[in-house]
Design a protein around this ligand. Structure first.
Ligand SMILES: [Ca+2]
Length: 134
């Protein structure tokens, strides 16, 4: 019985190729199956490793916290960095929510949120106070 049957159609002409496993190669089949099983087992081990990570990333807020800024000035957030015990540098994955309205006096928060591959979430805020300086 053939293991692989490949049909190739080229330029309107059909060519039929029957590739059968040579009887000389049959002893290697169990080895191939074993290698595939080992590969799958290896992938599962990696999954287990990421599932045992229960430590959330650490977010470091850059610059001042809180920040005091003048009404109607320009607020440029200094950002944050994130580092995880397993995934390493996650700074580029930080989701920043910045609702500072520089034209309305008040206290605002800039939120930084990041998750590692295992799903542990880190969440931290910077306080921004928009003030009228007299
Ligand atoms: Ca982690």
């Amino acid at each position: 019985m053939s293991v692989c049957d490949n049909y190739w159609f080229l330029d309107g002409l059909s060519y039929l190729w029957n590739i059968e496993i040579n009887t000389d190669m049959k002893p290697f089949l169990p080895v191939t199956v074993l290698l595939v099983i080992l590969l799958i087992a290896g992938c599962k081990e990696n999954d287990e490793e990421s599932r045992t990570d229960h430590t959330p990333p650490e977010i470091t807020i850059l610059g001042s916290n809180p920040v005091y800024t003048r009404l109607d000035s320009t607020y440029v957030d200094a950002g944050a960095t994130a580092y995880d015990n397993v995934d390493g540098d996650l700074t580029s994955s930080i989701q920043t929510t910045n609702n500072v309205n520089i034209h309305v006096e008040g206290t605002y928060t800039v939120n930084y949120r990041v998750s590692d591959r295992a799903g542990n979430i880190a969440d931290t805020n910077r306080v921004v106070k928009v003030l009228i300086f007299k």
